[in-house]
Write a protein that binds this ligand. Structure first.
Ligand SMILES: Cc1cc2nc3c(=O)[nH]c(=O)nc-3n(C[C@H](O)[C@H](O)[C@H](O)COP(=O)(O)OP(=O)(O)OC[C@H]3O[C@@H](n4cnc5c(N)ncnc54)[C@H](O)[C@@H]3O)c2cc1C
Length: 408
């Protein structure tokens, strides 16, 4: 593919982390053509991780989560279309149509549309509120404003966002109760063993966690929300938030001709079609690791950021990335920092190599076919950082155990 020149016009669909980082990276690499960034939210690009952490807990004003100011946008000479939803992509002409029927022509299109919170619909209340955006956070804060100190807030879902929301609510003096349908939180993501080590975090922090609780309905009246569960138990709460994962919004691309399969499928250079790329949470990309190559879609802040840099580099230089990325994820929950390197399967073998749940800090290796596939740590940031090399090139579990980089 030809490299970008000043006569090119790059259209970036989605003004979140990946979209904004792409704009920055293109300009940093010297692209002096036109850039149009289109986002359906009313806000300038902002970071989502602080929403459930520093912002919800009240430590940060939401403005601190901003990624860009108007001056910043002006200095990068990007045309910004906010509150504008893209409804159609025409591959042949690399043009897009907005909800108001206007058409924008470009020479390249980057899809950076992320995902949305998975909807949890119950018979009596419809879709429950969730937390994905700044507007969601404002709605949650508005509901909390009516509550007395110590009021119960039901958090449906004990995954990453649910645990972080419960932690933040607790630090604001509310009484979160986390209800989780599975036997243990995160069992489907981190596997049996690791989820067992994490199970006690909520209780140790003073947050009630009810597992094996399948929500059946929520009735709402002047006194609050009344949750009922499959096992006949109930919970009354002043406010409620569903944190049950994410889902993709690909309907608008269904007639585009792109290959859609649990994401926009791209090649090694993040290209979905000639002149059209996908990055961040929406992209399903080939990822090489010790266990081979697999098509993955990874909803991590670091991956969205790395994708943006990789795409800008590819479009500017025409050269493919030669090293494979090491996915990184963190979550601040129940007073602990949980970190993950790699992209292990929940069924991978797990070996704890330092610490223990009793100590409240530990580090463990995931492996498959004798190769290390991930490193997971609870409140062991230094050990995790020192272990990164285990995932930068294929490493046998035995080699990792004898080198023990986490203990250097
Ligand atoms: C509450 C919360 C906490 C998180 N915490 C962590 C964490 O601790 N660690 C971590 O690694 N990751 C975390 N994440 C995940 C991380 O924020 C995402 O991986 C990251 O935001 C992905 O960036 P993105 O640009 O791909 O998508 P997004 O940030 O979702 O941006 C996509 C943008 O595109 C817009 N859009 C979608 N469709 C269209 C359309 N058709 N037209 C125009 N605009 C459109 C969306 O509205 C959105 O503004 C968290 C996410 C949330 C919600």
């Amino acid at each position: 593919m030809s490299t970008l020149t000043s006569s090119d016009h790059v259209l970036v669909v989605g003004a979140g982390l990946a979209g904004w980082r792409l704009v920055e990276s293109l300009r940093n690499l010297g692209f002096d053509g036109e850039i149009t960034l289109i986002g359906d939210e009313a806000h300038l690009p902002y970071d989502r991780p602080p929403l459930s952490k520093q912002v919800l807990s009240g430590k940060w004003d939401v403005a601190k989560a901003s990624l860009a100011t108007h001056d910043h946008v002006t200095s990068l000479a990007a045309t910004m279309r906010l509150g504008a939803r893209v409804t159609h992509l025409d591959l042949a002409s690399t043009s897009i149509t907005l909800a108001d029927s206007s058409v924008v022509h470009g020479t390249r299109v980057a899809l950076a549309t992320g995902c949305r919170a998975r909807e949890l619909r119950v018979p009596s209340s419809g879709v429950l509120p969730s937390l994905r955006s700044r507007d969601d956070l404002e709605r949650l804060n508005a509901a909390l404003a009516y509550l007395a100190p110590k009021s119960t807030v039901a958090v449906v879902g004990g995954g990453f966002v649910g645990a972080e929301v419960a932690t933040s609510l607790s630090s604001r003096g509310f009484t979160p109760v986390v209800v989780e349908a599975a036997a243990r939180p995160l069992i489907g993501v981190l596997g049996e063993e690791v989820s067992r080590w994490l199970e006690r975090l909520a209780g140790d922090f003073g947050v009630e966690l009810r597992t094996n609780h399948q929500l059946e309905d929520v009735a709402t009246d002047g006194s609050g929300h009344h949750l009922s569960f499959g096992d006949g138990t109930t919970l009354d709460a002043g406010a409620i938030l569903a944190a049950v994962g994410s889902s993709l919004d690909l309907e608008w691309l269904s007639d585009s001709g792109l290959h859609l399969d649990n994401g926009v499928v791209v090649d090694n250079d993040l290209q979905a079609a000639p002149g059209v790329a996908a990055i961040g949470d929406v992209a399903r990309f080939p990822w090489s690791n010790a266990a081979g190559e697999e098509l993955v879609r990874i909803e991590h802040w670091q991956v969205a950021s790395d994708h943006a840099a990789q795409l800008a580099d590819f479009w500017m230089s025409g050269e493919s990335e030669t090293t494979s990325m090491v996915p990184y994820f963190w979550s601040d929950q129940y007073g602990k920092k949980l970190q993950l390197l790699g992209h292990p399967h929940p069924s991978d073998e797990v070996q704890r190599v330092s610490g223990s749940p009793d100590e409240g800090k530990w580090l463990a290796l995931y492996s498959r076919n004798s190769f290390v596939t991930g490193v997971v740590a609870l409140s062991q940031p230094r050990g995790l950082a020192l272990s990164r090399g285990l995932l930068e090139s294929p490493t046998l579990l035995d080699e990792a155990l004898s080198a023990a980089p986490w203990s250097s």
